[in-house]
Write a protein that binds this ligand. Structure first.
Ligand code: SAM
Length: 433
């Protein structure tokens, strides 16, 4: 597993900044008016959680790596110029992350930053691949570079006494766990077949399938959430909602121990983030219109062992939680907010692969936000808190103004909150006591 992912651009930053104010208030789709046929019955297991039941030689893996790098290099800045998509450099970084997820032992002495070292390399160039304590320059250099300039990659603490020792007893330099194939090449364990690894990388580059769908997960806050087609990849800006809630519940017992709702939960990111900061009596209802989103969110909830705190429901917005009317201590949502006509211009990874249901906010992007803001007035209990994510400044201002006029006197402390990038992103407030 990699420790840090480069994040996809925010939804707002990948669409045109032009935002037109809504002319009419259209009620969002109801659960009965849309097909929610499952795309699969069971969520897929992310690569890093699969058992390492396959193996290949290090030289076959090196071949795959060379091929994957060549494919990535061929892209140059084509995707960037076309729709702000990934460059070769980004794709090459993803190759390393993919390896980290797919290899049983990515920290093996034989693979470091995309440098593959086979037994013959060790024997021919004893100094080129030394001990556990060696540090390779961490720029993803390929083997050839290392071999051409071995000294630059070698470091302190060579644990081998002499080259002769190594050569006489080459196996001593391999970890005990390493196996060898019939040619004496090191075998490594994989979580997918090598053939599938070729297929996955082809999909990434040729079809622009999002990297997160390739590996089946996304890093979000300190969570690693399972994602797949049909479920939005959670974005970094949304993380701030958990921070807002976390700060609030620290000083407000009613909020800390109360009932919360995360509407349009997707992968379950907000529900899980909030579930973890609530008190022992705090609960979250997480709902989504999408069947697959509910399944994936449920998988993630179980992985974080939060079944006792988070309940999943399928349905449209407030429909699946009618019994909680006037009872909610908190309500959060990151609804679809991209104006319909902008969807076709999105980066291919988003527009072609992420679910339209998660993106399309109607003609002006506001239809779900307006619906949710009205619902908050009746669903929250006195003193209850809400936070809604928007597309940016214009939507924030419009929503704030809408709530101040349409629900006059219902809320207090209505405000716009910026995300980590300083973009006005959220509208928050409390129901009057
Ligand atoms: C922008 S995504 C947000 C997903 C997740 N909360 C996150 O932040 O990553 C919007 C979510 O709303 C869901 N959604 C769209 N229309 C809905 C509706 N009418 N009722 C409930 N959920 C809906 C989508 O399926 C999608 O999961």
């Amino acid at each position: 597993m990699k420790l840090s992912f480069s994040r996809p651009s925010s939804l707002a930053s990948i669409i045109s900044p032009i935002f037109t104010k809504p002319k009419i208030y259209t009620r969002p789709i109801s659960s009965s008016s849309i097909s929610t046929r499952p795309t699969s019955l069971k969520p897929k297991t992310p690569l890093f959680l699969r058992p390492p039941t396959f193996s290949t030689s290090i030289s076959e893996l090196q071949k795959w790596h060379n091929w994957a790098q060549t494919l990535a290099s061929s892209i140059g800045s084509t995707f960037l110029d076309f729709d702000n998509g990934p460059t070769s450099e980004i794709l090459k970084r993803e190759i390393l992350w993919l390896l980290e997820d797919v290899l049983e032992n990515p920290k093996s002495n034989f693979i470091k930053n995309g440098v593959f070292i086979s037994k013959s390399d060790v024997l021919e160039n004893p100094k080129s691949s030394l001990s556990k304590n060696e540090v390779f320059i961490s720029n993803g250099d390929v083997l050839e570079d290392v071999l051409e300039n071995p000294i630059s990659n070698l470091v302190k603490d060579d644990v081998f006494s002499t080259n002769e020792d190594v050569l006489e007893n080459p196996k001593s330099r391999f970890s005990e766990k390493d196996d060898f194939d019939t040619n004496g090449d090191v075998l490594v364990k994989l979580r997918v077949e090598l053939e599938e690894l070729y297929e996955l990388w082809k999909q990434r580059v040729e079809e622009r399938r999002p990297f997160q769908y390739i590996v089946g997960c996304e890093h979000w806050r300190d969570l690693v959430l399972s994602v797949e087609e049909g479920v939005l990849v959670p974005r970094p800006e949304t993380e701030k909602i958990v921070d807002l809630v976390s700060d609030l519940v620290e000083e407000n017992e009613m909020l800390k121990e109360g009932l919360w709702a995360d509407l349009g939960t997707g992968s379950g990111a907000l529900a899980i983030g909030i579930g973890r900061v609530l008190g022992s009596n705090g609960r979250v209802i997480a709902s989504d219109l999408s069947y697959i989103a509910v399944q994936v969110a449920s998988f993630n909830v179980q992985r974080y062992n939060l079944q006792h705190k988070i309940v999943l429901r399928q349905g449209s917005w407030f429909e699946p939680l009618k019994e909680a009317e006037g009872e909610l201590a908190g309500l959060v949502s990151n609804p679809p907010y991209i104006p319909s006509e902008q969807i076709s211009g999105l980066q291919a990874e988003v527009g072609k692969h992420e679910p339209r249901l998660a993106l399309d906010g109607g003609e002006d992007g506001m239809s779900d936000l307006l619906h949710l803001s009205m619902g908050a007035a009746s669903m929250l209990r006195p003193g209850g808190y809400f936070a809604f994510e928007t597309n940016g400044e214009d939507q924030c201002k419009f929503l704030l103004n809408y709530m101040e006029t349409k629900t006059k006197g219902v809320f207090y402390d209505l405000k716009i909150v910026s995300d980590f990038a300083g973009i006005q992103r959220f509208v928050t407030g409390f129901k009057v006591k």
